[in-house]
Ligand binder design. Sequence first.
Ligand code: THU
Length: 160
Amino acid sequence: MENKFLKISYRLAKIPDECSLSDKTLLIAAEHATQSSHSPYSKFRVGAALLLEDDSIIEGSNQENASFPVGFCAERTALSAKVAIAPNKKIKTIAIRVKSALKVVNQPAAPCGICRQVLLEAEEAQNQNIKVVMQGESGPILIFESIKDLVPFYFGADDF
Ligand code: THU
């Protein structure tokens, strides 16, 4: 038996100015998206912003429900909006920001497993990488060039 190792490459920017203008702009849009979060239960606002191939931006935020498992994550809310508004446009980048009423979040919050799977399949379907840029309220920014970097050994449409 062999020991195998996985390498995942990503970039860390200490401040937004280390990022490209388009990533910085998208991080601001994702922060803006946190304002429409409906999160009275977790008090945790998540904002996602998608940069499309025509440089338009679509925002989404987490929408919670009194029946807790019914809530929508920000990433999938943004993706659903994109499918409704611009079904044929490719996504270049998704930025994700978070903000909590309970503490200062100075670390990025990575997308949950379900959102990763959905984003991964969106990436596969459009046949073009989706870059992921994430940041807390403040603090470091993590940049992944593909959703696949966040989902090793993924299950995709070609697997069945
Ligand atoms: N949440 C997201 O919006 N995206 C994720 O990928 C992780 C979690 C939301 C769901 C819930 O409204 C709140 O964050 C706390 O879990």
